[in-house]
Write a protein that binds this ligand. Structure first.
Ligand code: AHN
Ligand code: ZN
Length: 334
């Protein structure tokens, strides 16, 4: 009898031990799995790298359509996307400016994980304005601008995002679009008749003629003037109206990362920009992250559309806040 008890208790002990041990193991594994599910590994944005990409564009000079600097910069951008492992599409088009000028334009698209149906679109314009028509000095209104902030900054941030995408693939597919001919809109000095839709010619073309048939994405993020010192990205009103969930998602991400001073959760103004055509022509909600300065006349900063929009206004801290926020958002998509 005693021996039977001993045998029975031995068996029970073994069963308990096995259960306890295996359940312990399982819960530990579950825990790490849970952590992995909640916290994705978001790569660290390199602002020095982004700054160099902005500078390289600025060094070409004004990237105005039909100029050699524009052509050379287009080659540079396509080759960088290629180098960073994207599938690259080029859209060449002759687009008609407000004054009838035919603009030899090129939208440049880099696709990551092109076969996935879960996609997010990231975009910026790569051309720069042919006129410094907001300059205090009227004599400078016909001077083309460098557009270090207005043009090169958004593209610079996205090239660094592309470099990160090659190093660590996110779950979803990403398309990076560099729109051309955004900034050839009617100048302030124009005496002719008003014409609608003279800005954003590249995105208007793409909206009607996307690089792949029936192109779709969950949403888009447009970066415009994202490199200025003390920039503030108020919530642009067209974005808020047509992509409210994504505005919340982006501003929440920025606050989580400690960038609340760059991303006030307050209304900006409504801005005519590429995101409007992405939404109106393709029905893809698109958020414009764009500098809004409530303390200046134009709302876009004192150097906007002046000859002062050069590398002197570019700040690595701003590039970093925007770039890290974009990475945080796209690597958290499932
Ligand atoms: C207008 O000036 C109407 N919209 C601003 C779009 C823009 C120009 N973004 C950069 N440059
Ligand atoms: Zn502009």
């Amino acid at each position: 009898m005693k021996r039977h008890y001993t045998l029975l208790s031995c068996c029970l002990l073994l069963v308990f031990a096995t259960v306890a041990c295996s359940s312990n193991k399982k819960s530990a594994a579950d825990q790490t799995e849970d952590v992995a599910k909640e916290k994705v590994n978001v790569p660290t944005f390199n602002a020095d790298s982004a700054y160099q990409y902005v500078k390289t564009q600025a060094d070409f000079g004004p990237r105005v359509p039909n100029t050699t600097a524009h052509k050379a910069c287009g080659e540079y951008l396509a080759s960088k996307l290629e180098q960073f492992g994207a599938k690259v599409y080029n859209q060449y088009a002759d687009l008609v400016a407000y004054d009838g000028t035919l603009l030899k334009s090129r939208n440049i698209i880099g696709a990551y994980n092109p076969d996935s149906r879960r996609r997010v679109l990231l975009c910026a314009h790569w051309d720069s304005r042919p006129y410094a028509d907001e300059d205090d000095d009227d004599k400078k209104h016909q001077t083309p601008i460098i557009g270090a902030n207005d043009g090169a900054s958004g593209v610079g941030v996205l090239l660094e995002v592309a470099r990160q995408l090659q190093q660590q693939a996110p779950t979803i597919g990403i398309d990076i679009i560099f729109f051309d001919a955004e900034d050839y809109g009617i100048p302030t000095f124009y005496k002719g008749q008003y014409k609608a839709d003279t800005w954003c010619l590249g995105s208007q073309y793409w909206g009607r003629m996307p690089h792949v048939e029936n192109y779709n994405a969950r949403y888009g993020i447009l970066l415009d003037m994202v490199g200025g010192k003390n920039a503030t990205f108020y919530q642009e009103l067209f974005s808020k109206r047509t992509a409210s969930k994504q505005v919340k998602k982006i501003w929440d991400a920025a606050h989580r990362l400690g960038f609340e001073s760059f991303f006030p959760k307050q209304d900006g103004t409504e801005v005519t920009d590429d995101h409007m055509y992405v939404y109106n022509l393709r029905k893809i909600p698109c958020v414009d992250i764009i500098n809004y300065d409530p303390n200046c006349d134009t709302g876009f900063g004192d150097f906007w559309h002046t000859i002062d929009d050069n590398m002197d206004v570019i700040d690595k801290g701003t590039l970093n806040a925007v770039g890290q926020t974009v990475l945080e958002v796209i690597y958290n998509e499932k």
